[in-house]
Design a binder for this molecule. Structure first.
Ligand code: HMG
Ligand code: MG
Length: 298
């Protein structure tokens, strides 16, 4: 098994999509610069969704156009339909992510259609994106529980993950949207998914609402997952999952991985600067335990 782990920093998108006050494009761009200085190589910076649904992402085209073009740094953006894809292409986006769910009710509330309909819609989006030379990632939400339906069967998650892979997604990110999962649930869910999608194409995307996210990262790591989504300073939440808090903090994941001897390419101290910057912009302290400890130590 490889000793390298890929971190997909989702702070500028998942982290900021739910903020009450508008974040300036210049502030998002400064955050991206600081993340790059810390060695982050994969950053989800934008979301070409309806601004009526998620006003915080309204400036996505400008963000995507203005992010620094740096060798080895890859940017991605959420795309829910062909309108979003056209906007992403016009903004020079090279990688998109389509986002489905393992829960019917969440799918309806999040993207205004059921799972089947979303998969049919994404088929067209992914085909067109691939024809345009883009890479496409797939998300499955509610993999460890749904805010409206409660528990979700691991086989349902695996089925949706498989459909996304079949249509051409190179990696499937498994989202514990409401952060209610436990290491045991994580293991069962990954085990089911790994029967339908190669383990090397699965990613963990854990929100930390119940404080279990880092434990779930550890469980997924033990199972062989080597890609994790995280948000600097633990930013984030989903507008369609009431009460859900941020993603697992990137600092906490990097610290865990460093201690276990995995290579991420990310410098923890510089990551702390990115966290301090965005926490200052938002006017609240970081929710990263490692970030808090590092701040006390200096
Ligand atoms: P809809 O209302 O069903 O769309 O929304 P529609 O096709 O009927 O169009 C209605 C209007 O929206 C039209 O405008 C369209 O042009 C416009 P009008 O004629 O009324 O003036 N429209 C758009 N405008 C801009 N960009 C677009 C777009 N599409 C249509 N792409 C839609 C359907 C999917 C658009 C909507 O439900 C939506 O935008 N949802 C996004 C929800 C969202 O962003 N949720 C958060 C991200 S997911 C997440 O955070 C989970 C994740 O992190 C993993 C995890 O944690 O689980 C990924
Ligand atoms: Mg999320």
């Amino acid at each position: 098994m490889s000793d390298a782990v890929k971190i997909v920093e989702v702070g500028p998108r998942d982290g900021l999509q739910n903020e009450a006050r508008p974040i300036e494009t210049s502030e998002k761009l400064r955050l991206v610069e600081l993340l790059i200085e810390a060695g982050v190589g994969h950053i989800e910076v934008a979301s070409f969704v309806s601004p009526k649904w998620v006003p915080q992402m309204a400036g996505s085209a400008e963000v995507m156009q203005r992010v620094p073009k740096v060798q080895g740094v890859h940017y991605s953006a959420l795309v829910p339909n062909m309108i979003g894809l056209e906007q992403a292409l016009a903004a020079g986006c090279r990688e998109i992510a389509v986002f489905a769910a393992a829960s019917e009710s969440f799918s309806q509330r999040n993207i205004n259609c059921g799972i089947r309909e979303s998969v049919e819609r994404y088929r067209t989006v992914v085909e067109s994106a691939l024809q345009n030379g883009l890479r496409v990632r797939g998300y499955v939400s509610c993999v460890l529980g749904c805010p409206y339906e409660g528990p979700i069967a691991p086989d349902k998650v695996a089925e949706v993950a498989h459909m996304l892979r079949e249509m051409g997604c190179y990696e499937i990110s498994l989202g514990d949207t409401i952060g209610k999962g436990t290491p045991r649930g994580t293991r069962l869910m990954i085990e089911a998914c790994a029967q339908r999608v190669p383990l090397g194409e699965l990613a963990g995307h854990f929100h930390d609402t119940y404080g279990m996210a880092i434990a779930n990262v550890s469980a997924a790591l033990d199972w062989g997952v080597r890609v994790f989504d995280s948000s600097v300073a633990g930013l984030g939440g989903c507008p369609y999952a009431k009460g859900a808090t941020g993603n697992v903090a990137t600092e906490d994941v990097v610290y865990l991985l460093q201690c276990l001897g995995f290579e991420t390419g990310i410098n923890l101290e510089r990551l702390g600067r990115a966290a301090s910057y965005i926490s200052g912009v938002l006017g609240r302290p970081t929710s990263s335990k490692v970030g808090q400890a590092m701040a006390c130590a200096t």
